[in-house]
Design a protein around this ligand. Structure first.
Ligand SMILES: [Zn+2]
Length: 56
């Protein structure tokens, strides 16, 4: 379906890449807008973060 008038007023359909670190980059399938998404799994997993610091 081609719905060009949707651009600007649509709900973005984010295609999110695989996570690279704490953030993931996504692009809207409709308008091509780019956005950075925070990987909440990393933010909330405090134990993992602490362990990583200890290893490093
Ligand atoms: Zn969009």
């Amino acid at each position: 379906m081609n719905i060009p008038t949707l651009i600007g007023t649509h709900a973005h359909r984010w295609l999110i890449d695989e996570p690279h670190g704490p953030t993931s980059s996504g692009a809207c399938r409709i308008c091509g807008a780019h956005r950075e998404f925070r990987n909440w799994l990393w933010e909330t997993d405090f134990t993992t973060m602490t362990e990583r610091e200890l290893v490093a």
